[in-house]
Design a protein around this ligand. Sequence first.
Ligand code: DG2
Length: 248
Amino acid sequence: MGKLVLLRHGESVWNAEGLFTGWVDVDLSATGEAEARKGGELLRDAGIRPDTVHTSLLRRAIRTANIALDAADLHWLPVQRTWRLNERHYGALQGKNKAQTREEYGEEQFMVWRRSYDTPPPPIADDDTYSQVGDARYADLPPELMPRTECLADVVDRMLPYWYDAIVPELSAGRTVLVAAHGNSLRALVKHLDKIGDDAISGLNIPTGIPLVYELNDDFTPRKTGGEYLDPEAAKAAIEAVKNQGKK
Ligand code: DG2
């Protein structure tokens, strides 16, 4: 059985500004680029050598994989990209400031939108500046699958087919697989791997740029629940920071 390495992209410019991002295709900040490089160095230093790479269709995950692989001298690895690893579509919240949203709607509603399992934010209008309707990269997506908003349950539903069809066969063949994706698409995958309940998943946060390694049993259950961050101390602090986003 191969190894699974999960990597949330480095800090994006909208992470730095405290904005809900979702499917908006923002770039990495300079800090995010440095985090991605560090992520690659952590892989290299731990002697973890992915055989294949999977990313979302979003620049922040694509560039993170490129930068990390370059740092690990693995820039030549084969890569597959899919909308199924995209960040959760944040609906009408895309482009909105997290702290202002929390202030306007209150902590409870803010956290329902951010972390509840099955309540999506209000849908985004097709003519909103931050809508992805009409974006060429989603041209092959059947129109009825194009999200206008998503809750985490929706992400689990659209991510799992890719997990079973594209990633599981590679792991079964003994390959080490790197998945470069997002806070919430990785929360969906970790929920599945660690069998985290619908309520408990609200407490899970994934830090930017720190590889999380899962050794798997033959039935794809993790040898160690929660996997292992390659820099556990940095992960602890960064997880706390993600948790507290939107608080002043
Ligand atoms: C963040 C996650 O996604 O935000 O969409 O704003 O991982 O692509 O930066 P990412 C966003 P939270 O759900 O943690 O607020």
